[in-house]
Design a protein around this ligand. Sequence first.
Ligand code: URA
Length: 237
Amino acid sequence: MEVRLQKYLADAGIASRRKAEELILAGKVQVNGVTVTELGTKVDDKVDSVFYNGKRIINHEPMVYILLHKPEGFVTTVKDQFDRPTVMDLIKKVKERVVPVGRLDYDTSGLLILTNDGDLTYKLTHPKHNVEKTYIAKLYGTPDENDIRQFKYGVHIDGRRTEPAKLQVLEENGKFSVCKIVITEGRNRQVRKMCDAIKHPVATLKRVATGKLELGDLKKGQYRHLTEAEVKYLKSL
Ligand code: URA
């Protein structure tokens, strides 16, 4: 990201922005080997090397961890080939380059983490990673004991059995039921396919928790920064 040189120096903790301006005007700052005394000069931390006092100033972006309540009707990619709205449209005020951790379908709502912490993203999306993901699903019809047992032993989807999963009927509601579903993998449209397999297709789907991290009462489209304890917890998984 391009920023003004004085901001770059201030963000790196070299001096206040005012003081950084004085350092630039005094010819003490070099960009790519050239002394710069123009205050408007923009630098990009990915491309440019900034030197002060003979030392390279590396300005790492602070790590940010966001929990978004993704509404239906948004894709979980940074850019969509069909120009549909993306979750990035919902977090415009976040200036760090965060990316979604894993995916939620276009028509699924709920808990989505976004971060610029590449290590955490890698860890949480690795296929071996088996943290429980909890969903509330409105299903057509009401699953019976046999369906619940099938979930427990794993359901055949895409030619392969899923890991054991939990299915609990919370509410019966005429044509529909409201169920709590817990899975530990992140296969493509997994919950929808598992519910299709037991002949109780999903009408609506919402992720309410990843491990112990809960969506809580965030409204659709709203987000918050994770607390330090929550970040610590995710890193410990
Ligand atoms: N399972 C699904 O089917 N869809 C999601 O978005 C997440 C899990």
